[in-house]
Design a protein around this ligand. Sequence first.
Ligand code: GRF
Length: 196
Amino acid sequence: MSAGKKNTVIFISGRGSNMEQLIKASLSPNYPAKIIGIISNKPDAKGLEIAKAHNIKMAIISPKDFSGKKATDEAISKQLEQWNTDIICLAGYMRLLGKDFCKKWQGKIINIHPSLLPRYKGLDTHQRALEAGEIEHGCTVHFVTYEMDDGPNIGQVIVPIEIGDDAKALEKRVLKAEHHLYAWALEQVALDKIKF
Ligand code: GRF
């Protein structure tokens, strides 16, 4: 931990809009987490440009460069240890982490998912919610366990589904809520107010 703040590393695979919001929140002097590094499994993840603009350390750890999941996960752990990581935020990280990794970092890894978990785990949550005729959708931040989109919830935001919504419109509305929820959730975890 540096100057009382929790060393936080964000994992991304793409756009990085949640990552960007966490970086912005962390710039506030009283925020209890400091974003000290970004890990991407994709060298061309758009979010890396944002991280670069903020002068945050980056590591690209691609499964292509290792002999299997275990070796990839071990390389990630090594990097996290080098950076003295306290908290890991998954933010659109589209790769499943192995059992050993999840156990090792249990209670320290959190994820954001665009649905009101346990409903709509996995992909295409907005389309599936619309097709099911839901009147509300939303997002969840939860502690990560080995099971995908599982683990104790930290917080949720309900987002109404409006008449005429398509998946794109709904995704946009949910994403706005994600950005607020994730900054709040990381704060709770960094302050030890919500524990695994
Ligand atoms: C978000 O909807 C997040 O909930 C999901 O993947 C998307 C990532 O978007 N896990 P971004 O990269 O943060 O913009």
